[in-house]
Design a protein around this ligand. Structure first.
Ligand code: NAD
Length: 286
């Protein structure tokens, strides 16, 4: 068996086209949607991801400014910048790029982002709303997983989904979104005793661990769907996922590639969220 490739590039192009039209309409009303990305890391994979957000914004014709505070930024530096951007009426979306410097709590700092501009769902208020099932911007990566699954018609209701990773930016929010779609969800993490026992039970596996090659063909039930969220530097300027593609594609029914799977959809959704936030602000609903 050779797994179907769940490409995010084609889907991202569709999403871009729809959101760009909305952005054009806003500009014709004198509103210029604008996104700000705040970063404080020297991490190579994070830098590549920020470049992909800037590229997506450019293609969707919206302003995107990167505020690089450097890897020695303090919690106060980050908080002050996020407050300033939250108060700026010309900024509609704010992203706090992970990882933040050692000793800084991303969730505590993200509390400074105005929830109406929290286009990556990082503020604890947004995360709480997501868990409660009330409307909020979901973290873009978690939403990208859902949009990719829906685009390829992968059924979720009543199906068993195993999520590998329990981070606040990916694992936990994607588990909430899957529960809201009536999937039966198992969450695995670094202390899970027998990972393969849980992944082999799953109809869908979402892997977000940051561990290249963690999930192999031996972890996968024949015909299942595997979404690889991993974005790890390969040390040579490229990125690799968390899935050992050669062995998994021989067993799975569908696999999202890295690069070209979840990543392009995530960047596009972030920009789409900023356009939506600008639209809500313009309508006085923010
Ligand atoms: P994180 O380090 O915050 O969390 C990793 C999670 O994986 C933890 O919950 C940990 O318990 C779990 N884990 C680690 N080793 C494990 C193991 N051996 N078995 C089972 N679970 C294990 O990372 P994160 O921010 O959630 O990111 C995860 C991956 O997703 C990274 O590669 C990151 O670069 C990538 N990512 C991709 C996008 C995208 O848009 N494609 C966005 C965000 C993050």
């Amino acid at each position: 068996m050779s797994a179907i490739v769940l490409s995010g590039r084609e889907l991202a192009a569709q999403l871009r086209a729809q959101a760009t039209t909305v952005g054009c309409e806003l500009r014709s009303r004198g509103i210029a949607p604008a996104l700000a990305v705040v970063t404080a890391t020297a991490d190579e994979a994070a830098a590549a991801y920020v470049r992909s957000i800037v590229r997506a914004a450019k293609r969707m014709e919206i302003d995107c400014a990167v505020h690089d505070l450097g890897p020695s930024a303090t919690a106060a530096d980050l908080r002050n910048r996020l407050i300033k951007l939250s108060l700026d009426p010309d900024i509609h979306g704010i992203v706090l790029q992970a990882p933040v410097p050692p000793g800084v709590s991303a969730v505590d700092v993200a509390a400074a982002i105005d929830p109406a501009k929290d286009v990556d769902g990082a503020n604890p208020t947004s995360l709480g709303r997501l868990a409660a099932g009330s409307s909020a911007f979901a973290p873009a990566t978690a939403e990208a997983v859902m949009v990719l699954l829906d685009h390829y018609g992968i059924p979720l209701s009543g199906r068993h989904v195993t999520v590998v990773g329990r981070s606040t930016v990916v694992g936990k929010p994607v588990a909430h979104l899957l529960l809201a779609r009536h999937a039966t969800v198992t969450i695995c993490h670094s202390r899970t005793a027998d990972l393969a026992a849980h992944t082999r039970e799953a109809d869908v596996i979402v892997v977000a661990a940051g561990q290249p090659g963690l999930v192999t063909g031996a972890h996968v039930k024949p015909g299942s769907c595997v979404i690889d969220v991993g974005t790890n530097s390969d040390g040579a300027g490229g990125i690799v996922g968390d899935v050992e593609a050669e062995t998994v594609e021989a067993v799975a029914g569908a696999l999202s590639p890295v690069p070209g799977g979840v990543g392009p959809v995530t960047a596009t959704l972030l920009v789409e969220h900023a356009i939506r936030a600008a639209s809500s602000a313009a309508d006085g609903r923010s």
